[in-house]
Design a protein around this ligand. Structure first.
Ligand SMILES: [Zn+2]
Length: 279
């Protein structure tokens, strides 16, 4: 599933041809994705100018000039591809579900073979209180996210740190890959009870989370299965994973000599090095 860096990569890829541009044509090629499209989806978007394109957690948000916001979630496998030419044959594939044309001009095609994606339209001023957003935690790349924040939210938490970091009410947009990588960098055991982690180690962890996310962004995200950038290219951060998806391989920390192990926590795979992640 795309996490923060993948969604941010897609948003940045859309920006030049969508932000500040007007939707001149919108077409849904089926009635639903994970949920039905809202009523009059196409006509509510057509003619509207995108005033701001931004991201919250794993959602891409397009604020429109009429006071509404188009909300897009890529689900498990959704892709947005930008074509700088218009052409009626573009976006007509079996799994192409939505076509947006802007006056850039550009044609943006949403493709999703599993259809766990979501598109909806929400009144911009009530976004914060909307069911999708009201319980989301802070953005990990924001200034509000730091060691003090982690100390506050993890206080008294008797769950393993791995699960606590995946909780979207605590940190928004962080998922399995980047939690595993951040814990490896911080030498913190994914099994450590969240409330028991020393504050100096939380300092290291908060920094590691930001670093890992920024590096992944610089690499265009991680392409394990479905993620593509809006020009169709893969992300390549997966080539630098230190822990995630490396079960049985040697730990990359110099002089460690350990082997990456996979365990299951709360139904999700955790990759870690038991030899050096002991904090
Ligand atoms: Zn190690």
């Amino acid at each position: 599933m795309p996490e923060l860096p993948e969604v941010e990569t897609v948003k940045r890829g859309l920006q030049p041809t969508v932000e500040g541009r007007r939707f001149i044509y919108v077409e849904t090629r089926r009635g639903d994705l994970r949920a039905p499209f809202p009523a009059d989806f196409e006509s509510r978007l057509t003619g509207r100018r995108v005033e701001r394109l931004w991201r919250r957690a794993k959602y891409i948000m397009a604020d429109l000039d009429g006071g509404e916001t188009l909300v897009i979630h890529l689900g498990m496998s959704g892709r947005m591809r930008v074509y700088k030419v218009a052409g009626d044959d573009i976006g007509r594939g079996k799994h192409d579900h939505v076509i947006f044309e802007t006056d850039a001009p550009a044609r943006v095609v949403f493709t999703d073979h599993r259809r766990f994606g979501l598109m909806t339209i929400v009144e911009t001023r009530s976004l914060e209180s909307h069911a999708l957003f009201r319980n989301l935690g802070v953005e990990p790349l924001s200034r509000q996210f730091n060691a003090d924040y982690l100390k506050r939210v993890l206080k008294g938490k008797r769950t393993p740190i791995k699960s606590a970091l995946l909780d979207q009410r605590v940190i928004a947009g962080l998922g399995n890959i980047y939690v595993c990588e951040s814990l490896w960098r911080s030498r913190i055991s994914p099994k450590r009870m969240a409330a028991r982690i020393k504050s100096e180690n939380l300092e290291v962890l908060a920094r590691a989370i930001k670093e890992v996310l920024k590096e992944a962004l610089g690499a265009g995200g991680s392409s394990l299965r479905d993620h593509r950038q809006t020009n169709g290219e893969l992300g390549y951060f997966q080539n630098t994973f230190a822990a995630y998806d490396r079960e049985g391989e040697p730990c990359m920390r110099r002089d460690c000599g350990g082997t990456i192990k996979r365990i299951v926590q709360a139904g999700r795979s955790t990759f870690h090095c038991p030899a050096c992640q002991t904090l």
